[in-house]
Design a binder for this molecule. Sequence first.
Ligand code: ITT
Length: 199
Amino acid sequence: MCNGTHALIFATNNQNKATEINAILGTAFKISTLREIGLEIDIPEPHATLEENAREKSTTIYKLTQSDCFGEDTGLEVEALQGAPGVRSARYAGEHCNTEDNIKKLLQELATEQNRKARFRTVISLIENGNEYQFEGVCEGMIAWTSHGEQGFGYDPIFIPLGSTKSFASMTLDEKNKFSHRKKAVEKLVAHLHQKSRT
Ligand code: ITT
């Protein structure tokens, strides 16, 4: 920490996540992605839960840097698919498949399914002075029948949050952040950091 600014490493290679989180954090926080600190590492996500994978990311980077840092893991949990793709969201269509493949597979799985209920869940794992803290954010919604919109990333074109008729990919960053799972988890992280800096 310096001049009242919290400096944190964000254990991610996903620039879209960093852009979203920077828009939420404002100037009291300075986050640096792995690329920004010159670390080229693809952290494995071998576990069965978002909580464990988020911890894998934060602890891996803490061991390498000895600096306060956080990682996050996010999953799209579809009710009619018993929570899939969930923790396997990045690799739903296979190890080397891309976002389009994942969306295509999900829409195929739900082709005749009337229950479109789904939620995004984000778990942040913060390592602060060697101690771990976790923060969760959930956004309820539904899976659209087809893709809509060009903004955002990942499953955004097919996810419509509860309270809107638009997909995340049809929203600006600020609009998405009114609903977003990541925003809710980051708000808890921020509350924690503010509280710690007062004690
Ligand atoms: P890092 O592990 O480097 O942080 P990642 O892209 O591998 O980045 P995750 O494992 O958390 O991140 O992502 C799981 C999948 O869910 C991946 O396919 C993402 O594109 C997607 N995803 C994550 N957050 C999302 C969001 O806010 N909107 C749409 N899709 C999202």
